[in-house]
Design a protein around this ligand. Structure first.
Ligand code: PBG
Length: 328
């Protein structure tokens, strides 16, 4: 009878030895908590497709922020719902825009909390696209270069309001350079850019578009967001963002794109961010509410998988849950 020469199980025998040899750690500092801010007062409205995620009016933000701070989460990502939408997304770059007001308020209440401002037009445009629309003949095009001007204005107004990090999610070409140049020209050369470098045209954003009321009113985002079938193109997207001055690179969504996270980790040295997007959250919540899965086990396994793949930072709607579980 022959015995195994190699015994992997020696290193699995107790919780202590498993802790000793664990290769990947998840820390509360890795987590960023996304928030949706809305005009009005007294509002805390749950998003039906994202149980546990709320839209808050400015006067009720503090409830959420206190919890976030107590859990040790250091950063929030802000999305705004404007009062009115128009063709050019004015609400994105006005001084009294919702993100600008929310940023000022948060920095007043919690100066040490990092405010990351999502820089895009889709929540603010009447057509729901991430750039301006140009009609050529019967066809509507998302016009790249005029969009850059508005996105740069948006980033500057967010920085003026006190945003610590600018996170452009619009997927226009040249967006990092345009935003970097505008920030530098206005005295915000110290404000980093977290580039949504590799953002796929994904069905996993469905619940977010309910939350942010940002679904495109015609067509889709496939002329600017990436084809889920492509990996080498992801390297080209990241490469151009690095050259244009990005300080962080992001891959979005996360779960179906762990190979892309790994590829960026191997090819670039910038801090790497994974966005665990809305449908990745909603699927787990729905199954958990049905009693079909162990939510905590599933969530922690997903998050550790993103880190193992190469993510340094995770934007996730599970941030508060994960922070709580990490403390226990
Ligand atoms: C805005 C933006 C989107 C998300 C983040 N920023 C939506 C989109 O591109 O349609 C999606 C986030 C999520 O699904 O959680 N451009």
């Amino acid at each position: 009878m022959s015995f195994p020469i190699i015994r992997h199980r020696r290193l699995r025998g107790s919780s202590a030895i498993r802790n000793l040899i664990r290769e990947t750690q998840l820390h509360v500092h890795d987590l960023v908590h996304p928030m949706f801010v809305i005009y009005g007062s007294g509002i805390k409205r749950e998003i039906p497709s994202m149980p546990g995620v709320y839209q808050y009016s400015l006067d009720r933000l503090d409830e959420e922020l206190r919890e976030v701070a107590e859990l040790g989460i250091q950063a929030v990502l802000l999305f705004g719902l404007p009062e009115h939408k128009d063709e050019t997304g004015t609400g994105a770059y006005e001084e009294e825009g919702i993100i600008q007001q929310a940023t000022r308020r948060i920095k007043q209440l919690y100066p040490d909390l990092l405010v990351i401002a999502d820089t895009c037009l889709c929540e603010y445009t009447s057509h729901g696209h991430c750039g301006v629309v140009h009609h050529i003949g019967g066809r509507a095009e998302i016009d790249n270069d005029p969009s850059l001007e508005l996105l740069a204005r948006t980033a500057v107004s967010q920085a003026k309001a006190g945003a610590d990090i600018i996170a452009p999610s619009n997927m226009m070409d040249g967006y990092v350079q345009a935003i970097r140049t505008a920030l530098d020209a206005q005295g915000f050369e110290h404000v980093p850019i977290m580039a949504y470098s590799v953002k796929y045209a994904s069905a996993f954003y469905g619940p977010f578009r309910d939350a942010a009321q940002s679904a495109p009113q015609f067509g889709d985002r496939k002329t600017y967001q990436m084809d889920p079938a492509n990996l080498r193109e992801a390297l080209r997207e990241a490469e151009s963002d690095v050259r244009e001055g990005a300080d962080f690179l992001m891959v979005k969504p996360a779960l179906a794109y762990l190979d892309v996270i790994r590829a960026l980790k191997e090819n670039f040295d910038l801090p790497l961010v994974a966005y665990n997007v809305s449908a990745e959250y909603s699927m787990v919540k729905a199954a958990a509410q049905n009693g079909w899965i162990d939510e905590r086990g599933i969530v922690m396994e997903m998050l550790i998988g993103m880190k193992r793949a190469g993510a340094d930072i995770i934007l996730t709607y599970f941030a508060k849950d994960a922070a709580r579980w990490l403390k226990e």
